[in-house]
Design a protein around this ligand. Sequence first.
Ligand code: ADP
Ligand code: MG
Length: 500
Amino acid sequence: MTLGIFRRGLLMLLVALGLTRGDLAKPSKLVNCTCENPHCKRPICQGAWCTVVLVREQGRHPQVYRGCGSLNEELCLGRPTEFVNHHCCYKSFCNHNVSLMLEATQTPSKEPEVDLPLILGPVLALLVLVALGALGLWRVRRRQEKQRGLHSDLGESSLILKTSEQGDSMLGDFLDSDCTTGSGSGLPFLVQRTVARQVALVECVGKGRYGEVWRGLWHGESVAVKIFSSRDEQSWFRETEIYNTVLLRHDNILGFIASDMTSRNSSTQLWLITHYHEHGSLYDFLQRQTLEPQLALRLAVSAACGLAHLHVEIFGTQGKPAIAHRDLKSRNVLVKSNLQCCIADLGLAVMHSQSSDYLDIGNNPRVGTKRYMAPEVLDEQIRTDCFESYKWTDIWAFGLVLWEIARRTVINGTVEDYRPPFYDMVPNDPSFEDMKKVVCVDQQTPTIPNRLTADPVLSGLAQMMRECWYPNPSARLTALRIKKSLQKLSHNPEKSKVIH
Ligand code: ADP
Ligand code: MG
């Protein structure tokens, strides 16, 4: 019932915003659009974009409203609901021939009929508040529902969403604004799509197992665009789902901007747009850089903070489920310009909520990176129905990342070259069987360099690695313990040699 009122509020707000169009500030670039709704004075209107809105009012047939959108309107910032489906496009009269289907199948709730035009004026202010609340509530309710992709090839990207003063970060403004509140951490879907279509790809900065990462420009700011191959659409789907349903803003988790699916010439393009970090991955960084112990610790602590944030369940409206990563490795950790790490690539992640005891494994056929697989994954003894098991495999992999960092740390003037874990025990691109032989049968772990004992910080790190690599998964450290021990180590390396 309450939800029904909220939804109705949202619907009315959308329509009302269409009515107030004339009062709003004029956008910088205007297009002509077809105007077909009860409030059009003429058959043509001018706006920053054209709109088509399919509205279903209580007990009536769906109605198509065509009109104009201007910069201050929220019409294109909403998500489709059971009652409304909307479309924005940016060329003159591009709304003329667009037909929309009602996305929803849900039956509208039985509420008394309301005469929309009559009540609009007095209740508009109230509706704005109600609608904002509704968005939050609605997104919580939709948490487990699959995202319904809105497809349309807009083909141009001239819309300016928001004016911003020179030097300000438009992305920062966007992501910090109220429209990102609610249970999700991202922008509303239509804004995501608009942002995505305004990104110009500049250079390819990396190729992964299943796609490419490009540096792109959005209104002068660098963004990273991960283009998934169609083979890996489940990773795109999963990552999109997690970033859109979980409040994941954290300094040490890669910042999400937008996700977009377009279809061009019958092939589907899947994009994930995130913050861009020019140092690239920790793997890239360690190839180029040797580290002073304090920098090694900074990288380790920040990565541990990211992992601890993923692993913890936070209760309440601003909460999050516990998340296990399942593909932790130095290539999936990025180095920010402040030399803190952030964790990337949630395409394989699993989520768990204690209150509902719901384990959401997703259905991605991809598996983690073999080199980083824990023994219980390699010998297939892992209890796949138990969420804790997935966290324990992350800890194994985290220990390997610590080892990669430690090798590149200069102690008494000596340091080693970068090598991936088990470089001396398995061939390049090891098979599952190669890894299983080394990790399960021979029970090997990477060799911890002796020189680490000469440094209080690094000897602490060495001890921590050993405790990440216990064959018994439940005996391993937790991410929270790792984070706390590392923090202690960075504050007082001498006193925290024993890290229990
Ligand atoms: P994989 O994790 O399999 O290496 P990805 O497709 O996730 O593949 O990333 C490929 C490479 O692109 C990374 O190793 C890194 O060098 C670069 N990269 C990924 N994301 C970003 C980003 N947000 N900013 C800068 N570089 C990135
Ligand atoms: Mg990756």
